[in-house]
Write a protein that binds this ligand. Structure first.
Ligand SMILES: C[S@@+](CC[C@H](N)C(=O)[O-])C[C@H]1O[C@@H](n2cnc3c(N)ncnc32)[C@H](O)[C@@H]1O
Length: 316
């Protein structure tokens, strides 16, 4: 991202000690700061940084940094929380983001709280920096509702997702055996499935570290096992797979993601196993379902979401 290099030219002090980058996406230009610690809780992106040789963690360690670069996420509350964490542990905090991710709103807020030392606007985004200080008022608090805990930045924080609710209501009472929840989030679907005595194992597979941490608190059942990983590389042997697959990376919609989840279900299901899937009505998953399963039934959904039950995974 060009803004960081322009900022160094415009007076952002070069770090003389440890550097951390919080939640950078794969393409973020670290400007040669190869010793930087990458803080990234989303598994595939964390692994991509590791593969480039960077040290990675899921959250900022409580030690001192000379510079911390916060990359705005889609969640305003999560970004504010990251800014507060960085500000507590770094001499200089840089905030960088696209306008579409609300960077200007963070800039407005921060200008009221701290002396901003510099700002660069370029390429539909903004970068600004300030000296680290106590900003604990920006820390996010967890949401507790209906016996569930969720955190800022996880999918459907603070409420049950309506698509997942629809799927949970449609699942048959006789669902049994070994079950996987692919993209399990904070554990709503799994918690509903585990009300069935016939379920022998429930694997929650999720890429967002903090969503899975919430799931561990929300699903306290010895049949549940939790895996922080990428569904695209997951293997297992299940009688049933349930999913409300993700359909965007950042802001852009990408049905390919959902298709990769459908392919994972095909790969992980026993010959007599079946997939239960909910999706936004506009998402084109029918072809992928037909390619992966010999039998595909559409179940009654609603105006917004469609439901599928697919069985007989194709083996070729
Ligand atoms: C639409 S949400 C559904 C969450 C949850 N099942 C629910 O019903 O509330 C999709 C979930 O998939 C996760 N996810 C996205 N890409 C993933 C990947 N490659 N591997 C595993 N999980 C992923 C997201 O973090 C998110 O929690």
């Amino acid at each position: 991202m060009v803004r960081l290099s322009i900022a160094f030219e415009a007076g952002l002090p070069h770090p003389d000690g440890p550097v951390a980058a919080l939640h950078p996406d794969v393409g973020f230009d670290m400007m040669g700061l190869t010793d930087a610690l990458i803080v990234q809780p989303f598994f595939p992106v964390n692994i991509a940084w590791k593969n480039q040789g960077f040290a990675c963690d899921v959250e900022l360690p409580t030690r001192r940094f000379s510079l911390a670069v916060v990359c705005c996420t889609r969640s305003k509350k999560e970004t504010a929380d990251l800014i507060a964490q960085a500000s507590a542990h770094a001499d200089i905090v840089v905030v960088d983001g696209q306008k579409i991710d609300g960077v200007d709103s963070h800039y407005k807020t921060l200008r009221k709280l701290v002396p901003v030392q510099g700002t660069i606007t370029k390429a539909h985004g903004r970068l600004f920096w300030f000296a680290g200080t106590d900003l604990c008022g920006l820390r996010a608090v967890d949401w507790n509702f209906e016996g569930f805990i969720t955190k800022a930045g996880v999918f459907s924080a603070g409420a049950v997702d309506q698509a997942s609710l629809l799927l949970a209501e449609a699942l048959p009472d006789h669902l049994a055996g070994d079950v996987a929840d692919l993209g399990a989030g904070w554990g709503y679907l799994s918690s509903r499935i585990l009300s069935r005595d016939g379920v022998t194992k429930m694997d929650l597979v999720e890429a967002n570290f903090f969503a899975l941490e919430c799931a561990k608190q929300n699903v306290k059942d010895p049949r549940a096992k939790f895996y922080w990983t990428d569904v695209a590389t997951w293997n297992g042997s299940y009688d049933a797979v349930v999913m409300n697959p993700p359909f965007h990376i950042g802001r852009g919609g990408d049905p390919e993601l959902g298709r990769s989840f459908i392919a994972a279900a095909k790969r992980c299901l026993k010959a007599k196993g079946s997939l239960w899937l909910v999706a936004n009505r506009h998402l084109p998953y029918e072809t992928a379902l037909d390619q992966c399963f010999s039998k595909v039934e559409e179940l009654p959904g609603n105006g917004q979401f469609k439901l599928f039950h697919a069985s007989r995974p194709r083996r070729k």
